[in-house]
Design a protein around this ligand. Structure first.
Ligand code: FAD
Length: 479
C-alpha cells in the first residue's frame, strides 16, 4: 500500500452516479459494510453533475421492467417534490416509452439521505487515481483529496466511475468505442434556459411537425402536484431555423438539429444539443478541450434560440452542467460481452441480474447528423433483454465488479443499456453480487448466480425469472 490507510470495508463503491448510488444501497442493505467514494460533493453522476435528464424509461412499452431500489428512489423523489414519476411518451420514437423528470437539487439531497439511512460510509471530494492490486485481485482504491493521498481497502470494489477508471488502473482489459475506428459517442454539455414562454414554443412544436425529426408529448397517469410544470414535451428539430442561422453565420453547434425538452419548472427548457465528437473523456487533455468547445457551443446555441425561435425572445441561459456529459468510454471486458443481437432480440439469460429495454441509441460519433439524416442509430429491441452476471465480472481481475455504463458490452449494446433506468438496475445487481461475495467469502467469478438473484428478489428487483431460469444460456460460465 503506497498511501496512508483511510478505511477498510467489505464493499467499496467507486463513483456515486446512478449505478454507484444504487449499488451502495443494495450492498449495505444486504449486510455488507459499504463505503462510497465520489469526486464531487454530491451524488447522481451525469444527472446532477452534467445536468442530464430525465430518467429514461423504467418501462418497455407499458410494462414496468425496473423496480426494486430504483423505483423506491423515484417514489421518494416524488414524495419530496423532486420527480414527476413516470410519464408516458406519445409517440415513443426518439425518447423511449416513459421518462421520469426530476429536480437535481432534490435528487442530491435524497441520495445522501438514503445512503445515510442504509449506513453507507461516504467519502466525497475524493478523486480516484489508482487501484490497489495484489496477486491479480483488486484490494481497494487510491484517492487524492484534501487530506492528501489515501488508500481505501475493500474485499470487493465496485467500479461505478462510468469510465472504468478502477478497472483500467488495475490493468483490466477493455475496448473503446465502436469497432474499426474506436470512436465513441460524442459528449454533450447540457444547459437550461429560463424565462421561456413555454406556451409559444409548445405551440410551435405542435403546429410545425415538419420542422422536427420527431417530437413527443408526455402524460402522467395521475394529476401532477400543482406547483410543478404541468405540460411536458421533448422534440428534436428546428431544422428551418438552423438552416437560416447557419447561412447567416449565427450557428456554431456540432449538430444540425436541436434536441430540447421541458423540465419540472414551468418556464425552463433544457437542451441536450451541443455535440463534441472524436475526443475522449478519459484523456485529461482531450477532456479539457471538450469542456472549452462545449461552452462555446452552449453560448452559440443559447444566442441562436433567443434570436430565432418563438418563445425564447426574453429567455436567458440559466445553468450548465459542471462538466460536459460523457456518453461512452471504456467497456471493460467481462466473462460475457453483451451484444447488439442480445439487446435487439430481447435475449433471456439464466443468470439474469438486471433487465434493459431502451432502444440502441447511438448519437453520430463523427458528425452532426440526427437519426433521419443517417448519422445516428435508433433500433428498438423486440422486447426487454436480460443482462447476465458475466457482464459485471471482469475477465481477468478478481476483487472487482463492474457496474453502470462501463460493464462488458459492445458499442451497440452500450447504446441501449447506458440510460439511467438500466444503469440503476445494473447498480442494484452489482451491489447485491458484491455483498454475496463478501458474505460467502467467494470471488465474484465463483458466485452462484441464484444466490445473487435471491438477494435481488428480496430487494424487490424485477428479474422475470421463468421456471428453470430464463432459458437460453448463462452469460458467465458461473454455476
Ligand atoms: C449528454 C448525455 C445525455 C444523456 N441523456 C440521457 C437521458 O436523457 N436519459 C437517461 O436516462 N440517460 C441519459 N444519459 C445516460 C446516463 O446519464 C448515463 O449513462 C448514466 O448516468 C451512467 O451512469 P453510471 O453510474 O454508469 O455513470 P455516471 O453517471 O457517469 O457516474 C459516475 C460517477 O462516478 C464519479 N467518478 C467518475 N470518475 C471518478 C473518479 N476517478 N474518482 C471519483 N469519482 C469518479 C462521477 O463523478 C460520477 O458521480 C445521457 C448521458 C449523457 C452524457
Amino acid at each position: 500500500m503506497r498511501f496512508k490507510l483511510h478505511s477498510q470495508s467489505d464493499v467499496v463503491v467507486a463513483g456515486g452516479g446512478p449505478s454507484g448510488l444504487i449499488a451502495a444501497l443494495a450492498a449495505a442493505r444486504a449486510g455488507a459494510k459499504t463505503t462510497l467514494v465520489e469526486r464531487y460533493g454530491f451524488l447522481g453522476g451525469m444527472a446532477t453533475a452534467a445536468s442530464v435528464g430525465p430518467f429514461s424509461p423504467f418501462h418497455y412499452e407499458d410494462q414496468q421492467i425496473t423496480m426494486g431500489i430504483p423505483q423506491e428512489l423515484v417514489q421518494r423523489l416524488s414524495r419530496e417534490g423532486g420527480s414527476t414519476g413516470h410519464l408516458k411518451c406519445v409517440p415513443e420514437y426518439g425518447s423511449g416509452s416513459y421518462m421520469a423528470y426530476f429536480d437535481r437539487e432534490v435528487y442530491k439531497s435524497v441520495a445522501l439521505d438514503m445512503l445515510e439511512e442504509a449506513g453507507v460510509k461516504l467519502l466525497l471530494h475524493s478523486a480516484i487515481g489508482g487501484a490497489i492490486v495484489e496477486d491479480g485481485a483488486v484490494r481497494g482504491i487510491e484517492v487524492c483529496n484534501k487530506s492528501g493521498f489515501e488508500s481505501i481497502l475493500g474485499t470487493v470494489t465496485v467500479d461505478a466511475t462510468g469510465d472504468g477508471d478502477v478497472a483500467a488502473a488495475a490493468g483490466a482489459e477493455f475496448s473503446w468505442g465502436r469497432p474499426g475506428d474506436e470512436l465513441g459517442q460524442p459528449m454533450t454539455m447540457f444547459f437550461e434556459m429560463a424565462n421561456v414562454d413555454v406556451d409559444a414554443i409548445f405551440d410551435y412544436v405542435e403546429k410545425n411537425p415538419d420542422d422536427f425529426e420527431w417530437a413527443s408529448r408526455l402524460y402522467s397517469a395521475t394529476p401532477l402536484p400543482p406547483e410543478i410544470n404541468q405540460r411536458y414535451f421533448v422534440a428534436q428539430g428546428l431544422m428551418s431555423f438552423v438552416e437560416k442561422a447557419k447561412a447567416a453565420g449565427d450557428y456554431r453547434v456540432g449538430r444540425d438539429t436541436v434536441l430540447f425538452q421541458s423540465t419540472m419548472r414551468p418556464d425552463v427548457i433544457v437542451f441536450n444539443s451541443t455535440r463534441i465528437g472524436m475526443l475522449k473523456g478519459t484523456d485529461a487533455d482531450e477532456f479539457t478541450r471538450a469542456e472549452i468547445e462545449a461552452r462555446r457551443q452552449v453560448m452559440s446555441l443559447a444566442a441562436f434560440m433567443k434570436k430565432y425561435v418563438p418563445g425564447f425572445e426574453h429567455a436567458y441561459m440559466s445553468s450548465t452542467g459542471i462538466q460536459v456529459g460523457v456518453r461512452e468510454s471504456r467497456h471493460i471486458l467481462g466473462t460475457y460481452v453483451l451484444t447488439q443481437e442480445d439487446v435487439v432480440e430481447g435475449r433471456r439469460f439464466r443468470d439474469v441480474v438486471a433487465r434493459g429495454f431502451f432502444p440502441v441509441d447511438i448519437h453520430d460519433p463523427k458528425g452532426g447528423k440526427g437519426y433521419h439524416a443517417g448519422g445516428g442509430t435508433w433500433i428498438k429491441p423486440k422486447g426487454p433483454y436480460d443482462i447476465p452476471l458475466g457482464c459485471l465480472i471482469p475477465k481477468t481481475m478478481d476483487g472487482l465488479l463492474m457496474t453502470g455504463r462501463n460493464i462488458s458490452a459492445s458499442h451497440a449494446a452500450h447504446g441501449s443499456l447506458r440510460v439511467q433506468g438500466t444503469a440503476f438496475a445494473i447498480g442494484q445487481a452489482s451491489g447485491a453480487a458484491a455483498a454475496v461475495a463478501v458474505s460467502q467469502g467467494k470471488k465474484p467469478r465463483e458466485l452462484d448466480y441464484r444466490d445473487v438473484q435471491a438477494v435481488l428478489l428480496s430487494q424487490n428487483a424485477n428479474l422475470d425469472i421463468q421456471d428453470e431460469g430464463n432459458g437460453q444460456k448463462t452469460g458467465t460460465g458461473s454455476r
